[in-house]
Ligand binder design. Structure first.
Ligand code: C6P
Length: 422
């Protein structure tokens, strides 16, 4: 049984952004959980899908399903066109210079592994350094650890301060002629910190090092202009940006991608194959071996189109209001301690509630219909840095409201009553 949320309750304070209208685009938001209206605050893990994406996927499977770049038949042409149109949409979204700089991958994780393996694997020498930060998701740690171990290179970690901001002086000190790569998150998934990546990219370049930006939590919440940032690589996942799972994007400067060996071998990444010699395909196909996630790419194109129609800046401004309200409201709940109070925050807030384990908080909130993420958020070093085993994380998207923050705060009061010791 669906329990529809009353529009007025969910209207954003700023009337120019009609959040009630936006909510209507997301069928799942009409669901109930344990008899309560769903309050979905786990968007950093994965965002919900608007009807435009769901219907686009259905249309592809119902009327266009075919393999791409292979057939001369009509359906294959249609599918190929749709797939390449999505690439063009993503190129526009990131303001990349060329479509061949947009490589479709499974997600941020695969994008980073690709760069670590293909760029790092071909360039790193013993004693070279790769610089990451103390706020990384495991996806931007382990691939670099693996390639550094293999090549005898050194992984350097920029510290973060007690607020969850990168210590810029330490970063500057760390850069040297040994630095071969800097890999940084645009936005921290565990703290919400928005890093000053443009400035950090310029500093890395001054030291002669390229920069990969892990944009998993950036692209859905900020206007990304890869040419303005001048980043060398930018990675993001479709499913956090209202698109399907299993699809993501690696943007790379053409000159760098050209120089890198392929990631995987197989169909579509070749021009010719003999047992003696294989000639690789041009960009971006060199990095898209095998039948890709065609529906995923087309669905991602629809998701990017959806977000662009809402207006990335309008969405970001709305989310900023909601997250600012969340910070203020959570601070008023006795026993709540925010983990991360960065200078610039985007889209999420992490906290602990007294000595109640985050999983217990999450379980009680779930009974109230509230979905939050609890745990280490695949960022164990961040938990160590802040001396907590886990946090509760509320993360917001284009359809969340201040009223939902109130429901969260009420849920936390209930947790406090249950754990009277808080
Ligand atoms: N973070 C979260 O709940 P994938 O799994 O490949 O789509 O994204 C990996 C990834 C990389 N970097 C950052 C900053 C991320 O936040 C994530 C995914 C989710 O925080 C799932 S662990």
């Amino acid at each position: 049984m669906k329990q529809q949320i009353k529009t007025a309750e969910w209207k954003s304070a700023d009337d120019s952004y009609d959040v009630a209208r936006v909510r209507e685009d997301f069928p799942v938001l009409g669901e109930t959980v344990h008899g309560k209206p769903l309050v979905y605050l786990d968007n950093a893990a994965t965002a919900q899908k608007p009807r435009a994406v769901i219907q686009r996927l259905a249309r592809y499977y119902e009327t266009e399903n075919s393999n791409i770049h292979r057939g001369v038949h009509r359906l294959s042409e249609i599918a190929t066109r749709a797939y390449e149109d999505a690439r063009s949409t993503v190129k526009g979204f990131l303001n990349a210079a060329e479509e061949r700089e947009i490589v479709f991958v499974r997600g941020t994780t695969e994008a980073i592994n690709l760069v670590a393996r293909c760029y790092g694997g071909s360039r790193l020498r013993p004693g070279d350094e790769v610089v990451i930060s103390a706020m990384e998701h495991h996806s931007n740690i382990v691939p670099w650890q693996l390639i550094c171990q293999e090549k005898g290179a050194v992984l350097r970690v920029i510290p973060v301060d007690d607020d969850g901001d990168i210590v810029m002086d330490e970063y500057r000190r760390m850069l040297s002629d040994k630095t071969r790569m800097v890999a940084l998150p645009h936005v921290s998934n565990a703290l919400g910190t928005v890093n000053p990546i443009k400035e950090m990219i310029a500093e890395a370049h001054a030291a002669g090092a390229p920069v990969l930006v892990d944009g998993a939590q950036g692209a859905p919440h900020a206007n990304v202009d890869v040419r303005d940032l001048d980043c060398d690589f930018y990675a993001f996942s479709g499913h956090k940006l209202y698109g399907p799972t299993g699809i993501g994007v690696l943007y790379g400067k053409a000159a760098l991608l050209e120089d890198m060996p392929p990631y995987q071998g197989g169909g579509d990444m070749i021009l010719s194959v003999s047992f003696e010699h294989t000639e690789y395909n041009a960009l971006p196909y060199k990095f898209e071996a095998g039948t890709p996630h065609i529906a995923g790419v087309i669905g991602l194109g629809a998701a990017v189109g959806y977000l662009t129609n809402l207006g990335v800046e309008a969405v970001a401004a709305h989310e900023d209001r909601v997250v600012a309200y969340a910070v203020e409201r959570l601070r008023s709940v006795a026993g709540v301690r925010l983990v991360g109070t960065p200078e610039r925050r985007a889209s999420l807030v992490s906290f602990v509630l007294g000595d109640v384990h985050a999983h217990d908080v999450g379980t009680i909130l779930d009974q109230e219909g509230i979905a939050v993420r609890t745990g280490h958020h695949c960022a164990m070093p961040v938990m160590d840095r802040f001396g907590v085993p886990a946090t509760v994380r509320a993360s917001f998207a284009c359809y969340n409201t201040e009223a939902e923050v109130d429901v969260l705060a009420d849920g936390l009061e209930k947790v406090r009553r249950i754990f009277a010791r808080v």
